[in-house]
Ligand binder design. Structure first.
Ligand code: SF4
Length: 452
């Protein structure tokens, strides 16, 4: 995490530097520090550097995250002189979100303009019908929360009601249930997992922490405006990108998500999902206490290296050792979520289930089984439910907690691995992918991929 200083405010803005992050060219050229996404300790230092008391950070965070305010002038318990000064040197700026039509199952997706506004990532909200509803969709944590679910940002006129308690009382069962927001951390993805539409688009950089936090902040604000009475209860870093390759920004964003003065979501309900960047998994527990999900998808190295090329760098044994280290560091009976996408004839046989059970036998974990979501051009197929159930039954019989995650938002291409956005492909991966499929020469133009 970089320490903010007034001197830094004088520097020309770097693309997606910590202070940057929005969906317009004018914002990209704005050298004022973006306070959105700034962790509390850093914001305190920011005010100390201004000659103010550190508690100003609490004041401002309440306005930003509890009241949904983006203008300093609306912060009426701050002196006019300080408000004017803040407006001169700082801003609160989220990326611009454009909604897609909602899916039939209630899943919602937004296109998020980032960088200079010409590139887009996506964020997806998966509401559950009730606490009794099945745990479905884009994988997310299902563990009980010690602190309750996140507050929804009230409209500017309304006082914050604080977090909503989560329990399983009969009254609670009648209330709206979990609402999980899946956010992106990079524009495209540098990894090229064989089964992932995002991975086919190439890569064009990291999101700033303002662009990461801004996805949740803007969606929460939208929900409050709609008066849905339901805020975001869970956040998962399972959108575009490998979060641990944008480590500092993701850790900072997670601290804002879990801070009581931020979105106030339980650390167990914020999940960083990784394809297996083992060194960063080891480091994560010393930087954040949020939950961890690992995309495994195969129980042996040869197959996993084909599905998740990162495995060649960090093979399964090294990856699981890092997971054990992470568990040992947290020491609070946390478990690792293992994501396993089932692909017909690839990794869905009972023999695969047996290997997986053997591999995970001594790891404190639970397994999310995700039937593959086909996308245009994908070479894999979704297995039958019979095979999926058989795989799950085998794991359960071996004592491995295994949950089936059916997909949500298929009709708006919001399901796992279907987020594509608009990526200026520096790696030219998509051009090469299309060239392989069509025989046409690679095209370096900006590539518009799928949209609902
Ligand atoms: S599955 Fe995740 S890590 Fe792999 S290419 Fe897709 S977005 Fe990147």
């Amino acid at each position: 995490m970089s320490k903010p200083s007034l001197a830094a405010l004088q520097q020309p803005p770097l693309r997606r530097a910590e202070g940057a992050g929005s969906g317009s060219e004018s914002a990209a050229a704005d050298a004022r520090a973006n306070l959105l996404g700034m962790p509390r300790t850093e914001l305190e230092r920011f005010f100390v550097d201004l000659g103010e008391k550190p508690w100003r950070a609490k004041q401002v965070m309440k306005w930003i995250y509890h009241a949904g305010v983006a203008e300093f002038d609306a912060m009426t318990d701050i002196s006019q002189a300080l408000r004017n000064r803040l407006s001169d040197i700082a801003r609160i700026e989220a990326p611009v979100l454009t909604p897609f039509p909602a899916a039939a199952d209630g899943t919602r997706k937004w296109s998020v303009a980032v960088g200079d506004g010409s590139e887009r990532v996506e964020a997806v909200l998966i509401p559950e019908p009730s606490a009794r509803g099945s745990a479905r969709g884009r994988p997310s944590q299902e563990e009980p929360s010690a602190r309750g679910s996140a507050r929804g940002l009230p409209s500017q006129e309304e006082p914050s009601a604080g977090g909503r308690a989560r329990g399983l009382s009969s009254q609670e069962l009648e209330k709206p249930g979990r609402s999980t927001l899946c956010i992106s951390s990079q524009v495209g993805c540098v990894l090229d997992c064989a089964f992932c539409a995002t991975g086919k688009q190439g890569f064009n950089g990291n999101l700033s922490r303002a662009e990461i936090v801004g996805q949740a902040w803007a969606v929460a604000r939208q929900l409050a405006t709609e008066g849905s009475g339901r805020g975001i209860t869970n956040i998962v870093f399972m959108g575009m990108g490998e979060p641990l390759y944008n480590f500092d920004a993701v850790v900072d964003a997670a601290s804002v998500f879990t801070d009581d003065l931020g979105l106030g979501i339980s650390r167990r309900r914020v999940t960083i999902s990784t394809a297996g960047v083992a060194p960063r998994i080891r480091e994560l527990a010393s930087r954040s206490e949020v939950s961890l999900a690992v995309s495994l998808h195969a129980a042996e190295d040869e197959l996993r290296s084909q599905l998740v090329p990162l495995n060649r760098r960090y093979p399964i044994a090294e990856l699981l050792a890092a997971c054990r280290h992470w568990l040992g560091q947290l020491g609070d009976r946390r478990s690792v979520t293992i994501e396993y996408t089932l692909m017909e004839g690839v990794n869905d046989a009972l023999a695969d289930a047996a290997k997986l059970a053997g591999l995970l036998g001594d790891l404190r974990c639970k397994v999310n089984l995700i039937p593959f979501n086909p996308f245009p051009g994908s070479q894999f197929k979704r297995p039958s439910m019979q095979r999926v159930r058989a795989f799950q039954t085998h794991l359960l019989g071996a004592g491995i907690p295994a949950m089936l995650r059916t997909t949500r938002g298929d009709d708006i291409t919001a399901a796992c691995g279907q987020l594509v956005g608009l990526v200026r492909d520096r790696t030219r991966r998509q051009a090469r992918h299309l060239a392989r499929r069509t025989g046409m020469a690679p095209d370096e133009q900006l590539l518009r991929v799928t949209s609902p």
